[in-house]
Design a binder for this molecule. Structure first.
Ligand code: IPM
Ligand code: MN
Length: 367
């Protein structure tokens, strides 16, 4: 296969973890005889510095032409001024919106050898295997917003949580379809005891559920969900949530795996690439970690596992995706750790060293 992949390293540790992911992608191409043509573009803080905008038109256009997009992370102290006109995060939101990527898939599988790295007891973690589907182009992230000062000199800020039934339906369908290929359970997260947008969410998800009689639906209030994620994490299969609730619960859920540095994500919409698969955006769920940027110690696994998702969802390369996931699992079970995963006293590998072991563990058709 020949595929065009746009690469957006971004800021902070983004370029470091993307370098690791590209080394792995090159190894996959070699082992399985594919041609992946990559082109690197600016997005985030680096784009503000060099182009004066967090999402240059040239970058968005390149993404629109690509088969898939691989992103590192955006943001950093330098661009943190809350009154700035543009911010790295704005570029990321504009990219998700510009590509109409309304469904963000965040799978969480645990590596048995890392259970000790999780703050939860191992007995709670046995059997944890969930997929969070986060709505990504609506809700409070994209509703009306304003900042103003009233006549009395008081400052105000406003955001609006807003969903149409159609926006809820399409993401709910993705969740139910995913559940059919898994343990056939969907937990829908909302705050329907208080919010109207959540009442519409719940009503719409319930209606979608009627088309999937083989899937069991439970509605969980978001506050209770954060509790259940700690008290009974293994009971969850697929979770579906609006943009902000999904953002919050996926950071929480990531800690079950010991480090959010391990977790990949795929953002998908309806647009297809030249191969007839969704043109997705793939990124680790972690941020740009400015505190360790440039030190070469970031965990590349979240980005490498995002490459596996890219191969599977945007290129239909299931064997390649599975081979990569196996290589990562082998690396972890052989005891290799980056600093975020190592327990105190345990030696840790650099980003490049970890990547090299994963590449070694990758076996292609010939091996
Ligand atoms: C994420 C991040 C982003 C989000 C930020 C960087 C805008 O936290 O992908 O989860 O809130 O969506
Ligand atoms: Mn987040």
């Amino acid at each position: 296969m020949r595929a065009n992949i746009v690469v957006l390293p971004g800021d902070g540790i983004g370029p470091e973890v993307v370098e690791g992911a590209l080394a792995v992608l090159t190894a996959v191409a070699h082992h399985f005889n594919h041609t992946f043509i990559t082109s690197t573009h600016l997005m985030g803080g680096c784009a503000i510095d060099e182009m004066g905008t967090s999402l240059p038109d040239e970058t968005l256009n390149a993404c629109l032409q690509a088969d898939a997009v691989l992103l590192g992370a955006v943001g950093g102290y330098k661009w943190d001024n809350p009154d700035a006109k543009d911010r790295p995060e704005r570029g990321l939101l504009a990219l998700r919106k510009g590509l109409d990527l309304f469904a963000n898939l965040r799978p969480l599988k645990l590596y048995p050898e890392l259970m000790a790295a999780s703050p939860l007891k191992a007995e709670k973690l046995t059997g944890v295997d969930m997929l969070v589907i986060r709505e990504l182009t609506g809700g409070i992230y994209f509703g009306d917003r304003a900042r103003w000062t009233d006549d009395a000199g008081e400052e105000w800020g406003k955001d609006t949580m807003i969903y149409s039934a159609g926006e809820v339906r399409r993401v709910a369908e993705i969740a139910f379809n995913a559940a059919q290929g898994r343990r056939k359970r969907v937990a829908s997260i909302d705050k329907a005891n208080v919010l109207d947008s959540s009442r519409l969410w719940r009503k719409t998800v319930t209606a979608v559920a009627a088309q999937y009689p083989d899937v069991t639906l439970e509605h969980v209030l978001v506050d209770a969900a954060t509790m259940h994620l700690l008290s009974r994490p293994a009971s969850f299969d697929v979770l579906v949530a609006g943009n902000m609730f999904g953002d919050i619960i996926t950071d929480e859920a990531s800690m079950l795996s010991g480090s959010m540095g391990n977790l990949p994500s795929a953002s998908l919409g309806e647009a297809q690439n030249q191969h007839g698969y969704p043109r997705g955006l793939y990124e680790p769920i972690h941020g740009s970690a400015p505190d360790i940027a440039g030190m070469g110690i970031a965990n590349p696994i979240g980005t490498i596992m995002s490459v596996a998702m890219l191969l599977r969802h945007s290129l239909g390369l299931e064997d390649e995706a599975a081979a990569l996931e196996t290589a990562v699992a082998r690396t972890i079970s052989a005891g290799h750790r980056t600093a975020d995963l190592a327990r105190s006293g345990e030696p840790s590998l650099s980003t490049q060293e970890m990547t090299a072991v994963i590449v070694q563990n990758l076996q292609g058709k010939e091996g």
